[in-house]
Ligand binder design. Structure first.
Ligand SMILES: CC(C)(COP(=O)(O)OP(=O)(O)OC[C@H]1O[C@@H](n2cnc3c(N)ncnc32)[C@H](O)[C@@H]1OP(=O)(O)O)[C@@H](O)C(=O)NCCC(=O)NCCS
Length: 163
């Protein structure tokens, strides 16, 4: 798979963290800290990626971790000026492939108000699998738990169901 034209995707490196942190602080009301990113970059069970403009600035990243029986998507962020070009979709597709190849499920939490992200996940066959009350500390917003079962476990649509 190739990223959208004009962009490059590669593994996240410790040297990326200042730029990652700058974007994180631009995007989230309760941003991750340097130490949190460092822990994930160094984690041997982590799968991290950054997106950069070819020959230029860092404009997105994805952080995920393997927990033995499930992949957890922990953070995906794209610079507002580079959204709706398929960048998050590309990163997510790579992670979906990784999980599917390993025959494991993929899970994540998302703010119940985050329509853009929920749409992104639903288009990749994630399903709502629960809700965590007051999961986010900044405003006590609930999180949906979303799960993408690996191929064998996707339920067949019920008979007579529309759409
Ligand atoms: C959510 C986010 C990562 C999407 O990044 P992106 O690169 O713009 O997403 P893509 O261009 O790959 O979009 C893929 C699909 O997601 C959905 N989507 C993305 N942004 C959307 C929006 N603003 N409104 C509705 N649907 C949206 C669409 O289905 C889109 O497909 P389409 O463009 O063919 O309609 C980005 O908006 C972001 O960084 N938001 C802030 C951080 C965040 O909320 N991260 C998720 C935390 S759980």
């Amino acid at each position: 798979m190739q990223p959208p034209e004009g962009y490059r995707v590669r593994k996240m490196d410790v040297r990326d963290l200042p730029a990652v942190l700058e974007l994180e602080q631009k995007v989230y009301p309760a941003p991750w800290t340097y130490r949190m990113f460092l822990g994930e970059v160094r984690n041997p069970l982590g799968w991290t990626r950054v997106v950069e403009v070819e020959g230029g600035e860092l404009v997105g990243y994805l952080v995920s971790r393997y927990y033995g029986d499930v992949w957890h998507l922990m953070n995906v962020s794209i610079d507002p000026e580079h959204r709706r070009q398929g960048l998050a979709g590309f990163l997510l597709d790579e992670l979906v492939l990784l999980a599917a190849d390993g025959g494991v499920d993929l899970t994540l939490e998302v703010r119940v108000s985050n329509k853009a992200a929920i749409r992104l996940y639903e288009r990749r066959d994630f399903q709502m699998s629960g809700r965590r009350p007051a999961y986010y500390h900044d405003n006590r917003e609930d999180a949906y738990i979303m799960m993408r079962p690996h191929e064998g476990q996707i339920e067949a649509p019920r008979k007579g169901r529309r759409g």
